[in-house]
Ligand binder design. Structure first.
Ligand code: PEP
Ligand code: MG
Length: 563
């Protein structure tokens, strides 16, 4: 952070390009019932207060539901229903009558209710998350504090949080959320991924941003990772100029991805929900290169049925017509915990039973998903390609391919995100039809640096030459086997790196749809020979900064406007 209290500049890591100016809204943490709370002496009066607060919570959630996306609406409506549940109010009354302080009574009664719901299992058990959210909102109101989590945005605002849970980010819309700033998180954290999926400018690692008062005017540049508090007219003007130059560079061009001399590089979308699919399908993308299916189930306590999954997959496939859809089977574990596919605590979850390893243990979860994918494929005849996450060995690849093919699914592939698979991609590709490089995990494992740990962001810069070397190895295997190798990690959406990846032989790039225009423009400005030369120059760098600067020097000057 630099500057005085009124006019301050924060430098973080830009993870979703674009610029915006707006008032800052802080995402407040959930307050706890105070330990030294006074006991209740007038239970009837306290009961009236709690009921009023619960009604306010319900009305607030309902108002947000009315404006929320299709994905977030049911979550918010369920919360409103919980807040109005007469059983909950009676439970709180009992606690108040026993003399407990008002927020303690709410907390204890909600926990009792949660225990009962959990014992019922199924749909009821899933409501526990909604109940605890209602508790946090009610306790905050009773303490005279703002409700926790993402507040209802009444005007277009820039959101600041210590960190954002994926479910919270998913409730945001571009109409009211102009930008996202977090204090922690790295370039491949899920806040970053979801922000770019929503097309919202975002900066992570902006340490100290939470100290800026609510409502302060801030300017955010998600391309370079800069935040200016109380920007001057000159700064706002420069940002507007940058926005204009970027828009000019992006103008025109909606066709298939190709280099200046016509080498095709398919430009695909990364999606996580049916809502994402409908939005992405309206964009000029050549299909989906990564459907992260676990995002459909992040807030679920129990496994969704085959019928429910079939309905969702059918919806997604229909949205894309005859364009390709690469579906990744559940990648549960580590940074994407799924309650219904949990194998218990591990010391090193990122190196543990996650991805395909979990699928091979909980075969019923994987088989139900494949069954649903096969049914949706048969119903739509879509160009469906199914791939497994975290493949490390040929044995895993053959095991997965056999299961997918047995169900009549037409194409099977693997994600290459473990260095072993990149180094030996030739052997792995022998068993499958294609591979997609998950550069987020590939980098985490190449550098032995946790992708969730923002402090290690320097090791997680996707321009890192060691990562490029591992990508090159994977591509060599693809060329030897005559099978396509794409990229679906965040690196694919960086317009400069996209040139390097194309030069290394990558045949498709899959990214948040909002990033496609910049990558399309970058490719169209350079020939394949230039891309190959840039790839060689980047790999010759001794670190990420050198790799990037070598490429920027060789590139068309317009490339700089695309970030
Ligand atoms: C990756 O690891 O690069 C990837 C695309 O998968 P995810 O980010 O979902 O782990
Ligand atoms: Mg991954």
């Amino acid at each position: 952070m630099t500057g005085d209290a009124l006019h301050t500049t924060f430098h973080g890591i830009g993870v979703s390009a674009g610029t915006a100016v707006g008032p800052l809204v802080i995402v407040t943490p959930a307050p706890k019932a105070p330990d030294d709370e006074a006991p209740t002496t007038d239970a009837a009066a306290a009961s009236g207060v709690v009921r009023g607060v619960l009604e306010d919570v319900a009305a607030g959630l309902e108002a947000r539901a009315a404006k929320a996306s299709e994905h977030a609406r049911p979550i918010l409506e369920a919360g409103a229903m919980m807040a109005r549940d007469p059983g909950l109010a009676v439970g709180i009354d009992t606690q108040l009558q026993s003399g407990k302080g008002i927020t303690t009574a709410v907390t204890v009664a909600v926990e009792e209710y949660c225990a009962m719901f959990e014992s019922l299992g199924g749909y009821m058990a899933e409501r526990v998350t909604d109940l605890r959210d209602v508790r946090d909102r009610a306790v905050a109101r009773l303490l005279g504090k703002p409700e926790p989590g993402v507040p209802a945005l009444t005007e277009p605002s820039i959101l600041a949080a210590h960190d954002l849970a994926p479910a919270e980010t998913a409730t945001l819309t571009t109409e009211t959320c102009l930008g996202i700033i977090t204090e922690i998180g790295g370039p491949t954290s899920h806040t970053a991924i979801l922000a770019s999926q929503l097309g919202i400018p975002a900066v992570v690692q902006a340490v100290g941003i939470m100290a800026i008062p609510f409502g302060t005017l801030v300017a955010i540049d998600g391309g370079v990772g800069e935040i200016t508090v109380n920007p001057t007219a000159e700064e706002t003007g420069l940002l507007a100029e940058r926005k204009r130059r970027r828009a000019a560079a992006l103008a025109g061009g909606t066709g298939n991805g190709a280099t200046k001399d016509g080498y095709p590089v398919a430009l695909l979308a990364n999606i996580g929900t049916a809502d994402d699919a409908r939005k992405a399908a309206k964009q000029p993308v050549e299909g989906v290169g990564l459907f992260r299916t676990e995002f459909l189930f992040l807030d679920r306590e129990t496994m969704p049925t085959v019928e429910e999954q079939t309905a969702t997959y059918t919806e997604v496939f229909e949205a894309f017509g005859d364009r390709r859809i690469v579906v990744r089977t559940l990648d549960a574990g580590a940074d994407k915990p799924l309650k219904f596919a949990d194998l218990g605590p591990e010391d090193n979850p990122a190196l543990g039973r996650r991805g395909i390893r979990l699928g091979m243990i909980r075969t019923e979860v994987l088989d139900a998903q494949l069954e649903a994918l096969a049914a949706a494929y048969k119903a739509t005849g879509a160009d469906v390609r199914v791939m497994a996450p975290m493949i490390a060995t040929q044995a895993e690849a053959t095991w997965f391919a056999a299961r997918v093919r047995a169900l009549g699914l037409p194409k099977v592939g693997v994600m290459i995100e473990v260095p072993a698979a990149a180094i030996r991609s030739r052997g792995i590709l022998f068993h499958v039809d294609f591979a997609s490089l998950g550069t987020n995990d590939l980098q985490q494992y190449t550098m032995a640096a946790d992708r969730m740990q923002g402090e290690l962001a320097d090791l997680l810069n996707p321009w890192e030459p060691a990562l490029l070397d591992v990508v090159a190895l994977a591509c060599e295997g693809g060329q030897a086997m005559g099978k396509p190798v794409g990229v679906c990690g965040e690196a694919a959406g960086d317009p400069g790196l996209a040139l390097v990846l194309a030069g290394l032989g990558v045949s498709s790039l899959s990214m948040a749809p909002g990033k496609v225009p910049a990558v399309r423009t970058a490719l169209g400005l350079h020939t394949m020979t230039q891309c190959q030369q840039m790839a060689a120059a980047a790999r010759a760098g001794t670190n990420a900064a050198e790799a990037k600067s070598a490429v920027m020097k060789m590139a068309d000057p317009v490339l700089a406007d695309l970030f």
